[in-house]
Design a protein around this ligand. Structure first.
Ligand code: NAP
Length: 252
């Protein structure tokens, strides 16, 4: 809760020392960069991963070198709701209740692009994408108490991400009075990630700054969101808002 923070006078910045952040998909590019950024401000990190055990363990050992914080890895396939519940319970059991929840994990599944054929995405794939990207975020938010359009991937990914916008707006409005801030980041296109390891060159031309983004540039936006004491119910998108698509929710 916001009241738990003692804000220095004239500062809108919430201290992260002795806080705990659960970061889903911390084994990926943006999750890793955000874990390191928050840990450097004194925040302990529950590092979630799905299949990239080596990356998660390497991150935990890197985080453990930072003074005054703790980090542990937790495995879960978030397309399975029982696993989402188990992840939450395990984090609480080993590290305590998270103060910050970054619903960052996500999957594209098939990439058919704007010119693909709709029948190339089966209903099974559509539903499984939605469960991983949206349903699991709903459940983690329910458990703790927490978005874009995804247009360059396909209809399954796009709908799974845009649904997060509606969820964000409701949660932010409902829980603001309880001291919970809830905001989203909808970045694009971020390289040094598994899902955007090699984006085609022509996509660069659609990005206002004329280059692809890097994970630490998104981590710094998330850091701003989790340390700002006032802003809520906002989606930080890329400037032209045509790719945006995932969300970070923060509750204090
Ligand atoms: N890169 C971009 O340009 C871009 C643009 C817009 C939005 N985003 C969003 O940014 C977020 C972070 O992605 P990223 O860019 O850092 O890509 P990434 O490097 O591919 O990371 C994706 C993360 O999601 C996890 N994940 C995938 N499927 C999962 C499942 N079934 N259960 C649990 N976790 C699962 C992966 O875990 P494992 O590796 O351990 O399997 C990995 O940690 C995602 O929500 C993505 O949709 C990215």
């Amino acid at each position: 809760m916001l009241d738990d923070y003692s804000l220095p006078e004239h500062s809108a910045s919430l201290p992260l020392q002795n806080k705990l952040a659960l970061i889903t998909g911390a084994s990926g590019g943006i999750g890793r960069a955000t874990s390191l950024a928050l840990a450097r401000k004194g925040c302990s990190i529950a590092v979630h991963y799905h299949s990239s055990k080596d990356k998660a363990e390497a991150l935990v050992s890197e985080l453990s070198k930072i003074n005054g914080i703790t980090a542990m890895a937790f495995q879960a396939d978030l397309s399975n709701y029982d696993n989402v519940r188990k992840l939450h319970a395990e984090v609480i059991r080993h590290m305590g209740h998270p103060d910050i929840l970054f619903n960052n994990s996500g999957t594209t599944n098939s990439v058919i692009g704007p010119n693909g054929n709709i029948e190339d995405v089966s209903i099974e794939e559509f539903e499984s994408t939605w469960k991983t990207n949206t349903g699991s975020s709903y459940l983690t938010s329910l458990n703790g108490l927490y978005p874009g359009t995804g247009g360059v991937i396909g209809p399954h990914y796009a709908s799974s991400k845009s649904a997060m916008h509606g969820m964000l707006h409701w949660i932010a409005m409902r829980y603001a009075k309880d001291g919970v801030t809830c905001n989203a980041v909808a970045p694009a296109l971020i390289i040094e990630t598994s899902m955007m390891a090699n984006p085609p060159d022509h996509l660069r031309d659609r990005i206002p700054v004329g280059r692809f983004g890097r994970p630490h540039e998104i981590a710094s936006v998330v850091e701003m969101l989790v340390t700002n004491s006032y802003m809520t119910n906002k989606v930080c998108t890329d400037p032209r808002d045509f790719f945006g698509d995932f969300f970070a929710a923060v509750f204090h």
